[in-house]
Design a protein around this ligand. Structure first.
Ligand code: NBP
Length: 477
């Protein structure tokens, strides 16, 4: 049999992706460094479709029809380079290597450039949705050449998640590293979404006085409205779960130290390089990092602050409603920041990314899938050059309607000493963008004072410097 596609790297993700291809009628060559994994896959799931097990790299490559489509699903970083080095010499011009791992887009750009010289299409592809998504339909974000997408697109469209309107959750994002870049920002937005949900939970618990089970019900209600999303849905599941060993709410027996694998951090690092203010995503990454500093937290426990006063029942429901508004408004800001980063990346690397399509392919399969993304898509479809999501009329109106509650929630959080870095950063971003004048003018004055860095005036063209150490007259720089 000659296989239409091959998957090498058969841990959870690769195995499930291979099964997904097979279940959709494609003959799939499968290969893994440790052969036992290959055999286990074929033994357990061979009945699901046509698998061609290959023990060696050579057998694997020979099993593929030409031009070859070879998916790499190994640990990101050095293992990916090792696998590319193993396979590239066995391939021919026109063949395609699809890297579905969580690669850094800069690595993808480097690999794409090197393989292009050999005539091989390197397709760095973001895959989101975890193991469940890989099996039943992920959101897929392929970069690489237009030619490679012509060959791969139909297969990816078949195995991808489908949005509620039936559209496949995959599109050709753009050249070289564009797919992995967009996947990176997806993960950054995911961090921000999770942080905002966490803050909403803590406010409902510490200020409104609700139990985890009651909060689960509130999230279930929210999930029937404009916050309808996978993350809100699973939050309700986690909050209503009771620990079997202790009978306590599960959320109370888990150590409150969040871990991270790095894609959120990359989103912030790259945003710093590109000069994009992704403050909400940054706060989410920092909040995880802070939570992990056990000794620092222990040493700080005695510091002064208010003790949260729980609201009485009659006020709690109204407060919960305000928290929903604060969460929704903050979420709009997070997405505004994330899409700004994609715009900046697209400009920097000439990717010409269609923002409406990105919103569209995140509607299904991936971790941040949400009804809300339909609205973002509509906003960009109506105006592809929208300067910011906040300039979309519908979102602007929604924030306008939510802002009083948003501010009140932050007042309550501040007075009661409940940390809300995500909500606060989002509101600060919103107010900074709205502001007629920012203290940046003062910053420029300080910079000119200590470093003669010059400034621009509001009333005339040109750069100026004030002779701060002398008679304080102004000179044109
Ligand atoms: P892992 O990231 O745990 O990687 C395990 C696989 O890499 C195994 O097949 C292993 O082979 C292979 N491998 C390693 Br490690 N070093 C190798 C080398 N030098 N040469 C050849 N093969 C090597 O697997 P995963 O969790 O399935 O994830 C795969 C990729 O998908 C990763 O890049 C991950 O970041 C990405 N991803 C994961 C998720 C998720 O939810 N887990 C979601 C989206 C994307 P062996 O069997 O011989 O050890």
């Amino acid at each position: 049999t000659s296989a239409q596609i091959g998957v090498t790297g058969l841990a959870v993700m690769g195995r499930n992706l291979a099964r997904n291809f097979a279940r959709n009628g494609y003959a799939v060559a499968v290969h893994n460094r440790t052969v036992a994994r290959t055999n286990a896959l074929v033994e357990e799931f061979g009945h699901e479709g046509t698998f061609v097990a290959a023990e060696t790299a050579k057998e694997f490559v020979e099993a593929l029809e030409r031009p070859r489509r070879l998916v790499i699903m190994v640990k990101a970083g050095e293992p990916t380079d090792a696998v590319i080095q193993e396979f590239a010499p066995l391939l021919e011009p026109g063949d395609m290597i699809i890297d579905g791992g969580n690669a850094h887009f800069a690595d993808t750009r480097r690999r794409e450039r090197a393989l292009r010289e050999q005539g091989i299409h390197f397709v760095g592809t973001g895959v989101s949705g975890g193991e469940e998504g890989a099996l039943n339909g992920p959101s897929i974000m392929p970069g690489g050449s237009v030619e490679s997408y012509a060959s791969l697109g139909p297969m990816l469209e078949k195995i991808s998640a489908k949005a509620a309107d039936g559209a496949p959750c995959v599109t050709h994002v753009g050249p070289d590293g564009a797919g992995h870049f967009v996947k990176m920002v997806h993960n950054g937005i995911e961090y921000a979404d999770m942080q905002l949900i966490g803050e909403a939970y803590q406010l409902l618990r510490d200020v409104a006085g609700y139990s985890p089970a009651q909060i689960a019900d509130i999230f279930r209600t929210w999930n029937t409205g404009r916050l309808d999303s996978y993350l809100i849905e699973i939050t309700a599941e986690v909050l209503s779960h009771v620990d079997a060993a202790t009978g306590e709410p599960f959320v109370d027996v888990v150590q409150d130290r969040a871990e991270q694998k790095g894609t959120g951090r990359w989103t912030v690092q790259i945003a710093l390089d590109l000069g994009v203010p992704v403050s909400g995503i940054a706060e989410a990454v920092f909040a995880r990092s802070l939570s992990g500093h056990a000794a620092l937290r222990e040493a700080s426990r005695g510091l002064a602050g208010p003790t949260a006063q729980k609201l009485d029942e009659s006020e709690a429901a109204a407060f919960a409603d305000r928290v929903e508004q604060a969460l929704y408004a903050s979420k709009i800001v997070s997405y505004t920041q994330g899409f700004h980063e994609i715009t900046a990346g697209s400009d920097e690397y000439d990717w010409d990314i269609d923002l409406g399509s990105v919103a569209s392919i995140w509607r299904g399969g991936c971790i941040i899938r949400a009804a809300f993304l339909d609205r973002i898509r509509a906003a960009y479809d109506a105006r592809p050059d929208l300067p910011s999501l906040l300039s979309d009329e519908t979102f602007a109106q929604e924030i306008a309607a939510a802002q009083d509650s948003w501010r009140e929630v932050l007042v309550a959080a501040t007075l009661q000493g409940v940390p809300t870095p995500g909500f606060s950063a989002a509101l600060a971003y919103y107010d900074a963008l709205r502001a007629e004048r920012l203290p940046a003018a003062l910053t420029q004055g300080q910079r000119d004072f200590f470093g003669a860095h010059t400034y621009r005036r509001t009333d005339r063209e040109g750069s100026f410097h004030t002779l701060w150490g002398g008679d304080r007259s102004e000179v044109e720089a």
